[in-house]
Structure formats: C-alpha cells, structure tokens
Design a protein around this ligand. Structure first.
Ligand code: CUA
Length: 332
C-alpha cells in the first residue's frame, strides 16, 4: 500500500515534467506557435546534452566508487599530483559543450525578438498593475486581458509598461518577454492552432502579481475578422426605459467615467477599455467569469477579489448595480 502510494506520488510529480495527460493549461511543453517550437527544440537540445553529461559524470563517479573502494588488507593507495592530459580534457569538454549550447540559444533569442515581418498583425501590449491593455494600431481596436489573434498570421507584439516591470507569458505560444516603462520590447510569433491559451504575468509586480492573468484566443481568420468588425461597432442605443438605458445613466454619473473608456460615452484610460466588455469571457484580468453575478460582485467590491486593485468599492443601490451590469453586458 505504502509502496503504491510512493509510486503514485512519483508519477504525479513526474507528470508535469513528462507533459503527459492531465489538464495542464499552462504547460510549457505543448507549443502552439513557431516561437514555442523554437524554444522547445532548444530545450530538447540542451536536455540531451545534460543527459549525456549526467550519464558520463555519474557513470565515472559510480565506477570509481566501486572500483577503488576500501578493501581489508589493501595496501595504501598511490598518490598522484596532476595529470595534464586529464586536466586539458575536462576543461575543453565543457567549453565545447557550452559553445554547442550557446550558438543555438543566441540564434533562438534573435529569431524570437526580431522586428515585425511584413503583413504581421501589430499589437501594442501595455502592462498595468494588474491587467493587460491590448491596442491594435492598424485596426483601431482596443481591448483588455484577452488577446485575440488569427491563426497562421504573424503577430508582432510591441510591449511596454505603464508602471512597474511586468512579463508577458503565454506558455503555449512561447517564452516570456519583459514589459518595462519607457522602452519597447518585441515578440513576434505565428500561432499554428486555434484555441484559448492561458498565461500570466511572470515578473513580480506587486500584491496582485499572481492575479494578473492573460488569455490568448487564437481564431480562424474569418472568426477574427468578425470579432474585429464587432469591436469597431459603437454602443447600440438601448430601448427607452430598459435596464441598459438606466445603466448607461448610472455609468455616466458614477466614478466609472473617471477611469474607463466606453466608446462614445467616456474616454479615460486609467482602467481597462470597456467598450466591448460584454464580449469578453472573463473580467478582472481573468479572475472571474464574465457573468452578471460576478460582474456585480466585482463592481461592488473589486479589492475583495483582487487585493491592491485601483478600482475602489462602489457602494451602489442594488437597482443601480443591476442596471449598470445590464449596461456593461450589452456592450458586445
Ligand atoms: Cu504584472 Cu506581475
């Protein structure tokens, strides 16, 4: 029984390493982009070098331990001082191995952080404490926390920060890239399969660093175009007397307008752009599902969900809260 449990524990510990089975939405071992594959290939190369070094070193160690172990009545061992041939060998061998690792590593670094290729979809990624802003300068689309890109087309991210250093990391597409205020870093990738890929900030950036999640949605080209078309649409006027219309009114006279953009209504840029918040699957930077209940919970007391968040609690009467939720949900 105990042995079985030990095996099970070992298997569970090894599973993420082996990348087999199980729901591991943030595994680094299932690349879905050219950058991901480049890093995977590099990882494989380094892994086999490490295996070779491990087997040789441990093999020699075990051989020496067994072969030269202390035996009863054995004469005292001979003493040697230096062996030029051996010393040259064990200095040169690691140096050669390091060269074989350094060359592909350097090539991969340059390959994955180059300038945008022609025809790439450009996206500006701005890190904030603790959410992601995505601006598509060629399309006129602004969104937050959920990055949408088409499959098979190069995507060129220009990354920067509005405050402290963050790190953009969606393991399915590849490596991490730091976002630093006052400078722009780059990450160019081409996703090879559609789907939703989870990621998160990978640089400690304050109390809610762990709550700074990101979702990458890779769509087919027509689905992406349809999404862009919807994002370009304005606020659809609500029916007179509807909760949505009332919600717009509440939104207009609340603190919301001081921080958020809703196209045609407000234009502040402190918090995420809400022009199409109803079309997102999550809110609060991936913390909550985008349902009326969770939206109400978020608006009522955001700091209770995400410690340190700039958005203050909004003590609205229940009716106003329901109306504002209806309004935000209607922003598709
Ligand atoms: Cu942003 Cu950690």
């Amino acid at each position: 029984m105990q042995r079985r449990r030990a095996w099970l524990t070992l298997l569970l510990l090894a599973a993420p390493v082996l990348g087999c089975g199980g729901p591991f939405p943030q595994t680094t071992l299932a690349p879905r982009s050219d950058v991901g594959w480049a890093i995977q290939d590099l990882f494989t190369t380094v892994f086999w070098w490490a295996v070779a070094v491990f087997v040789i070193v441990e093999g020699l160690l075990l051989y020496t331990v067994v072969r030269y172990r202390r035996r009863p009545q054995a004469p005292p061992p001979a003493h040697h001082h230096g062996h030029t041939g051996l010393e040259i060998a064990w200095t040169l061998a690691p140096a050669v191995i390091l060269v074989f690792i350094a060359i592909p590593t350097t090539l991969t670094i340059f390959r994955t952080s180059g300038r945008a290729v022609a025809g790439a979809l450009r996206v500006e990624v701005i890190g904030h404490q603790w959410w992601w802003e995505f601006r598509y300068p060629d399309l006129g689309v602004v969104t937050a926390n959920e990055l949408r890109v088409p499959v098979g087309r190069p995507v060129a991210l220009d990354l920067t920060s509005a405050d402290v250093i963050h790190s953009f990391w969606v393991p399915g597409l590849g490596g991490k890239r730091d976002l630093t205020q006052g400078r722009t870093t780059r990450l160019t990738f081409t996703a090879d399969s559609t789907g939703t890929y989870r990621g998160q900030c990978a640089e400690f950036c304050g109390v809610s660093h762990a709550n700074m999640r990101v979702r990458l949605q890779v769509d087919s080209a027509p689905a992406f175009d349809a999404w862009v078309a919807r994002q370009l649409g304005g606020v659809v006027p609500a029916a007179r007397g509807s909760p949505e219309e009332r919600g717009l009114e509440v939104y207009r006279r609340s603190a919301c307008v001081a921080c958020h953009t809703v196209a045609g209504v407000s234009a502040a840029r402190i918090g995420p752009d809400l022009s199409h918040v109803g079309s997102r699957t999550t809110i609060g930077s991936g913390l909550l599902a985008n349902t009326p209940e969770q939206l109400a919970r978020w608006i009522r007391d955001a700091p209770a969900v995400k410690p340190g968040v700039l958005m203050p609690p909004m003590p609205l009467p229940d009716e106003d809260l329901a109306a504002i939720v209806a309004f935000l949900r209607s922003l598709q």
